[in-house]
Design a protein around this ligand. Sequence first.
Ligand code: ZN
Length: 372
Amino acid sequence: MLFSKVIGHAALKAKLIGNIREGRVPHAQLFVGPRGSGNLPLALAYAQYLLCEQRGLADACGACPSCQQMAKLAHPDLHLFFPIAFLDKKPHTCDYFTANWREALQAEPYIDIDRWRDRLDSENKQLRMGVEIAAEIQQKLALRSFRGGHKVILVWLPELVDHQAANKLLKVLEEPEPNTLFLLVSTEPEQLMATILSRAQLVKINALEPTEIADALRERFPELIADEALAIGNRSEGDLLEAVDMAEKGEAEHFVFFRDWLRACYKREVANAAELGEGFAKAGREWQKALMRYGLFIMRQCALQWMKAAPLVRVTGQELEFVGRFSTLLNERNAEGIRRELETAHTHIERNANPKVLFMDVSYRMMTMLKG
Ligand SMILES: [Zn+2]
């Protein structure tokens, strides 16, 4: 994880980088921040910068052997600990789950406990860390540093360490090994033993700003316009995961509506289209515009598929299935015509057109364009 990939927190990043450059590296640090704030990505970026062999002024180089291993979260001097599900007949160690944890982190470095639990076949068990994990940490401490620099022990959610294991963890924090660095990443520090709290230097991470969330969302959802992204940024209370959920939910709604509508147009089901038109008219103008933009996005994907440029198609799952089927209905004339219809509809909605009338007009033209 590079600092440049971590959303926001400019001042804190500069401070962390400055500390490393000046050789002020406390042996235990507690990165505390609310859900979706980026406490874990920041700790990972900190570790990468520390271990980088060609540090820049503002970030790790991203290219040295150490950075390459960090990109895969497979640096031999980075040891990852995290809560796990205690499954019958399976080891209660992080080692057993590490491959899965790396994949999870690469897919979503802002991950929270619920997302992680969903990934594990956890049988709905509470995730935790027990004495086995304390023993694992001790094993890692006994290893020599592979690359000759620091060893980093990164513990995600130390508040979920069992009492007995917490005492062992406290012991290693009290008797620091040279060149070994503990990064504890917590969202609920009040659940931590006070003695552990007192052993670690606090790195406080604030919730993100709405504008920071908005920018991050637009990178993840290119079809989202600035106003919508900012609206979500404002509603999500600085929690990137919450914001991503909101954006995804909006997209899912648009997909279902758009798919059902095109299906009705293709089958020339006028009554069905009219019923969808009622729903369309009732939704707010921002939603209607967002639907048209979403439609344009999906039609672009269909056009790419139709032009045999499948590797450029940027959808997955249900959407991809839809794109595969719908693209077979496209031809020289209607591909461009449908695009123009959606664009014009977007403009008309902006200019306060009667949504019901507009929707039926567009529906009739779609029916013609999709005819055999
Ligand atoms: Zn590097």
